[in-house]
Write a protein that binds this ligand. Structure first.
Ligand SMILES: *Cc1c(COP(=O)(O)O)cnc(C)c1O
Length: 404
């Protein structure tokens, strides 16, 4: 159904086949070289931007270490992520606390560890920051519309109206904080580049009005993530995003462009992963049914949560590709009827697919292992492995041998 070479180069595929031999399924192999290429491409496309990797997309230690060496900063969402990143020797001045939903005790913890950059979108949270993290730089996340063109929208839950952002930044200044900037996230896997235009225009309005009316000069725009990984649904190339966004910035800010922060997650790590699952059962619901149900040894609760509402459409291939195909419903192994990945979207798999065959999910480097349940139905969380320049490592960066 899908042309593997469109998603994974021959080189990467052959390396994957070589190192993944003998590992129990389900598993995910992440190719670090692929992430490195995406990081370099991002820096080339946005040479003026400061990159804060959104750790939640793939928190594996090998990924963090490599991005650290490449000069990335880190956007952190919880004290647990913070501990992990700090334990690698990454300095707290390269970390921002990007989650607007946090306890006062979390703010205190981050402050004690040396973090001085906080996102907010509400008065209550801002009060906590003023109390527990005095003097820190705060940026306010504004609401942007994005639900229809982002495959994994992040609107509504985060951000506030620009008028409220204005008030929060004034309050921040009056209460011992440094009003630093504006952030937004146009929605993950955002296929409409124009969404950045609207968000940048709202930001410009805030920069201008705060300076004119309050004498507050903001320094930074945090443009979040939203850049695409390579799934079935076509999206523009990163270079197209970069050139359009540069133009929006130029139109609104002219020669006085503030510091620009990007927080990529999916676009950096998404294409690097290959998830391997095995066919547990193939059945039909009646004797003349045309569709086969193909049950795999992993599903929504174990790496494939972004198939919720069939939102993210991964390319799926098998070892039997090339011959006749028929429609399938793809489902996971748990005793929950929500554990169906694709039913409305008609995936086609080879008619001679058998129990025990491998089914590969491409572009599964982002939001897969980090989202797996701790063990619903007793299934252990899917294991990520990292293909590095010095062999295969686990998520804690320890070398691994193929399992028995
Ligand atoms: C999840 C998240 C990101 C990463 O978004 P992608 O679309 O995966 O690049 C960036 N910033 C914030 C605040 C996030 O919550």
């Amino acid at each position: 159904m899908f042309n593997r070479a469109e998603y994974v180069s021959d080189n990467e595929w052959n390396r994957f086949l070589e190192v993944s031999k003998g590992f129990q399924t389900p598993n995910i192999f992440i190719n670090l070289r692929n992430i490195k290429q995406h990081f370099i491409q991002l820096k080339d496309s946005f040479p003026y931007a400061h990159v804060y990797y959104a750790v939640k997309a793939n928190p594996g230690v090998p990924v963090i270490k490599m991005l650290d060496e490449l000069g990335s900063n880190f956007d952190i969402a919880s004290r647990y992520e913070l501990d992990d990143v700090l334990s690698l020797g990454i300095s707290p001045d390269r970390i921002s606390f990007g989650n607007t939903i946090k306890k006062a005790s979390d703010v205190k913890y981050f402050y004690e560890k040396g973090v001085r950059m906080f996102a907010t979108d509400s008065k209550e949270d801002l009060k906590n920051i003023a109390k527990e993290a005095p003097g820190s730089r705060v940026f306010v996340r504004i609401l942007v519309e994005n639900s229809s063109t982002a495959d994994w929208p992040l609107s509504r839950k985060f951000g506030c109206h620009p008028d409220m952002a204005y008030d929060l930044l004034v309050w921040a200044r009056d209460n011992g904080l440094t009003p630093y900037g504006i952030s937004f996230h146009v929605g993950s896997q955002q296929r409409d580049i124009g969404q950045w235009n609207d968000a940048i225009a709202k930001t410009k309005y805030l920069f201008e009005s705060l300076e004119e009316e309050e004498g507050i000069k903001l320094s930074m725009i945090n443009m979040g993530g939203g850049f695409p990984a390579h799934y079935i649904q076509p999206s523009n190339e990163l270079q197209d995003y970069a050139s359009e966004i540069a133009r929006y910035l130029q139109d609104d800010f002219g020669d006085d462009i503030p510091m620009i922060v990007l927080e990529p997650g999916r676009s950096l790590v998404g294409d690097s992963g290959i998830l391997t699952s095995e066919v547990v059962l193939i059945s039909r619901k009646n004797n003349t049914a045309l569709q086969r149900w193909v049950y795999l040894d992993t599903g929504k609760f174990n790496g494939l949560i972004e198939t919720l509402d069939e939102s993210i459409k991964y390319p799926v291939i098998t070892t039997k590709d090339g011959g006749k195909e028929g429609e399938v419903i793809l489902a996971g192994p748990t005793c929950d009827s929500a554990d169906i990945m694709y039913e409305n979207i008609k995936y086609k798999l080879p008619v001679d697919l058998k129990i025990g065959d491998k089914v590969y999910w491409l572009s599964t480097g982002a939001y897969t292992s980090s989202y797996a349940s701790v063990g619903f139905n007793g299934f252990p969380p899917i294991k990520p492995y990292y293909i590095t320049e010095d062999g295969v490592k686990d998520e804690d960066d320890n070398p691994v041998e193929p399992n028995a």
